[in-house]
Design a protein around this ligand. Sequence first.
Ligand SMILES: [Zn+2]
Length: 335
Amino acid sequence: MNQRTHAWIAIRAIKLLESENKVPQLIKLLKPHAKEAAIGAWIPDKRDAKLGGSKTQNHVFKMGPYNGNLKSRFVVSQKKLAKKLGSERLVTSFIAANDAILDQAWWKQPYKADPSPGQHLPNRAMALSINNIDMLILGDDRVQRLVPGRVQFIEKVRPTLKCSSGQIALFFFMLSHFLADAMMPCHSDERDLSDYDNGLHMQLEKHWSKKVGTFFTEKKLIKNNPSVSEVLKKAGEVDPAFGLEFQGIVPEMGSRDVWEEMVQVCRASFAVASIIAPPARWPYKPASQKPAPFDLLFEQDEPGRKLLAEVDRVIMHDAVLNVAMVWKHIWEKFS
Ligand SMILES: [Zn+2]
């Protein structure tokens, strides 16, 4: 996903949590810094960041068929995955509606990811989640007043060493990047067709950022300095472009564990990639062949255009929901 899509997802998650009103103190902490999402939510893809660079796919969970000795460990039935993801995620019903493409034989096969060291997407989400909990523990006076409970040792920490709400917000936005990328099908599919330069990946991201619009670019959000209420209002105005209707509910994470939750989300993303480019036509490795072009998949006929609209809605809805769910999960560690 591009910079402005990542910024929008993070800001939209603030708005969703605000409307649910279950973690008002967290909103008080994040909301004043909402426009900094233009920077924070994009840091993991910035070249300055270690392993950064948006084209290098430096945080992925690319799955494919597994032929090792532990087959049963890497089979997750559709029913089990649906239960783990929960009915509030739209990807659950999207997968069920496409069972003609991914039939039960597909779900009986083992699929596994083998990310390079440092690139494991659920690892990176988990690491930042724990880091963010620690930052909240080490928060300055204002943060301490917002976070439930009392940190016993905090008086012993020098004020200049404590974390400000701005620093913490920036790290929450960085975390949102990984939680959103877990929903991007090309990050979870090992076929060549999902490589950034092979068409589908790059064009999907361009297609989304066009819908998000230029208000969420780094330049506009940081330089023009719009008010917080305008930023949140504009975030809501993007919904119709993706056919989104949020129900105002942010469910508990089924697994209660960020690593486990993101592994399941990536498994769902791999299923979405396999619905977009069915393996019967675009086989998995080692038979993986030519790229699957965006226009061929989505722009040739009415079913393609319908599929794209569905993909837009499902991915953007669940990306926002993932962010809101994990942020809320972190906050609830304190209540
Ligand atoms: Zn990324």
